[in-house]
Ligand binder design. Structure first.
Ligand code: SF4
Length: 220
């Protein structure tokens, strides 16, 4: 990991230069809204979630309202996001605990957030960074995991282990925006299939440059 430690500072600088306005593409106006939107975004595009959430948040503007939601009605609203029964269960469960344990306010610590039903470290990290501007970890979604491996920052598949590797490599001041920078790059150039290595501004720092897209090679 010594070579990763040497490269990671330059990687962050170049990513920030290329994506100066990187932020989550989920629309939200409060910690509760980013929590709900992130639950909905599992295995769904952010664009589709953004078409659902304005109506959802008008109908249920508070944790209390979500906790009391009629399950069938809620499922009907979020159905286009897929896995709507599980997602409705998580949203109502999380909202109920927020009301019962936290006075209706989304908690602002990792230790408390991961006690909410349906909330693991990835969602908690997004709520903390986007909703509260706090960095207690680094959200690792499919883009971040793929890019961390391609960039030689982790060899792990398990997102929690990838996060542990990234937290060991990056100074805490860089944790806050690292996920959104990787997501931007994963969408723009380092796509899951056919990454555009020849055009990539990170290619001199990337051990997978060229290899990630080579026919017949294992995709990473
Ligand atoms: S060089 Fe290729 S594999 Fe490496 S970050 Fe750029 S696009 Fe991804």
């Amino acid at each position: 990991m010594e070579s990763a430690r040497r490269r990671v500072g330059a990687i962050v600088r170049l990513l920030r230069r290329r994506y100066p306005r990187a932020r989550t593409s989920l629309d939200f106006g409060s910690p509760l809204e980013i929590l709900v939107a992130t639950i909905l975004a599992a295995q769904c595009t952010d664009e589709r979630v953004n078409t659902l959430t304005p109506g959802l948040f008008r109908r249920y503007p508070t944790a209390e309202a979500l906790a009391r939601a009629d399950r069938t009605e809620l499922e009907g609203i979020i159905r286009p996001a897929g896995f709507f029964r599980n997602k409705a269960k998580s949203i109502v469960g999380a909202a109920s605990r927020i009301v019962e344990a936290y006075g209706g306010v989304v908690p602002d610590s990792m230790a408390e957030l991961v006690t909410l039903p349906g909330v693991a470290r990835k969602t908690a990290n997004i709520v903390l960074s986007a909703g509260y501007g706090k960095a207690e970890g680094i959200a690792v979604d499919t883009h971040a995991g793929r890019l961390a491996r391609r960039l030689g920052l982790s060899r792990e598949e398990d997102p929690v282990k990838v996060e542990r590797d990234l937290m060991a490599l990056l100074p805490r001041k860089d944790w806050l925006d690292f996920n959104v920078l990787l997501v931007e790059h994963g969408r723009a150039l380092c796509t899951a299939r056919n990454p555009k290595c020849p055009a990539c501004f990170l290619k001199s720092l990337c051990p997978s440059a060229g290899a990630a897209a080579a026919p017949g090679k294992k995709k990473r």
